[in-house]
Ligand binder design. Structure first.
Ligand SMILES: NC(=O)c1ccc[n+]([C@@H]2O[C@H](COP(=O)([O-])OP(=O)(O)OC[C@H]3O[C@@H](n4cnc5c(N)ncnc54)[C@H](O)[C@@H]3O)[C@@H](O)[C@H]2O)c1
Length: 267
């Protein structure tokens, strides 16, 4: 749902949304386009529907990033917003069961993919602005609650999402130091109803799985993808102009602490 008072707010801006063909990325792409941004959906798979021009991208391949940037600067002529959202869960392996192959695959997509996305975002934004201090943009990196608190597994995903959290702060500080007006923030969703849970939906059914995961959130439900899209939209727009190096948590209070008032409270 686009707030009426944001209509046209991002017109003239060009946004790349990685993993924009599904879930959180598709919701973010729709909201960005809804307020006037030109959206590039950069994904391994083409979206069944939705706004934006599709460009094939494997976030884990530097060559793929170079081709995407050349394509966007050639056609759209600028880059203002980068949403590094593409990701995989990589399964639920723990430290004993995770193979080196699984570890490397998850780091390549979920961690290195965001490193490459941030690096090429800055390159594109520098080619857009006339020079310091007019180099401007917003980088939004999708981490997870798994990047804030540990878990016994999935080990590879937890490590990759933790890397995204501090990478984002490093990028924010570097851009500030360089006097680029490029902000960089991380987003930490709790459970969001998207295709990333397909293996679980196939096991227990969508509604049952959703209720099961929802019950683990203090708020009592999972998030819809559009609720995370709204967070991305805020960080992408000038409404968050003083927000950089921040971690925005949208998790139904799952990382807030204990539901019980005290460890001493009677059961
Ligand atoms: N759904 C959740 O509960 C949840 C929670 C926390 C964080 N996240 C994160 O949110 C992001 C989006 O996930 P989602 O839930 O929307 O999942 P999703 O599976 O619906 O969408 C992920 C998209 O990323 C694309 N993708 C995967 N590997 C890619 C690659 N190498 N190159 C380019 N595109 C690739 C997929 O094709 C897909 O379109 C991920 O980074 C995920 O880790 C999701």
């Amino acid at each position: 749902m686009v707030s009426a008072d944001m209509s046209g707010e991002l017109s003239g801006r060009v946004a790349i949304v990685t993993g924009g063909a599904s879930g959180i990325g598709a919701a973010a792409a729709a909201l960005l386009a809804g307020v006037g941004a030109t959206v590039i959906v950069a994904d391994l798979q083409e979206a069944k529907a939705g706004p934006g021009r599709f460009v094939a991208l494997d976030v884990a391949s530097e060559d793929s990033w170079k081709a995407l940037l050349a394509d966007v600067l050639g056609r759209e002529g600028r880059l203002d917003i980068m949403v590094n959202n593409a990701g995989i869960s990589g399964g639920s392996g723990n430290i004993e069961t995770t193979t080196v192959e699984n570890w490397q695959k998850v780091q390549a997509v979920d961690s290195e993919g965001v490193f490459l996305g941030s690096k090429y975002a800055i390159e594109g934004m520098k080619k857009t602005g006339p020079g310091k201090p007019a180099i401007k943009g917003s980088i939004v990196n999708i981490s997870s609650i798994a990047g804030l608190i540990g878990s016994a597994g999935p080990t590879a995903y937890t490590a990759a999402k933790g890397a995204v959290r501090l990478l984002s702060k490093s990028v924010a500080l570097y851009c500030a130091e360089q006097k680029y007006d490029i902000r960089c923030n991380s987003v930490h969703p709790g459970g969001v109803d998207t295709a990333i849970f397909n293996p679980l939906w196939q096991m227990v059914g969508h509604e049952q799985g959703k209720a099961f995961i929802g019950a683990r959130h203090p708020i009592g439900r999972m998030s819809e993808a559009s609720e995370l899209g709204e967070v991305v939209l805020f960080l992408a727009s000038d409404r968050s102009s003083f927000v950089t190096g921040a971690e925005i948590v949208a998790d139904g209070a799952i990382t807030s602490g204990l539901m019980r008032r005290s460890l001493l409270a009677p059961p």
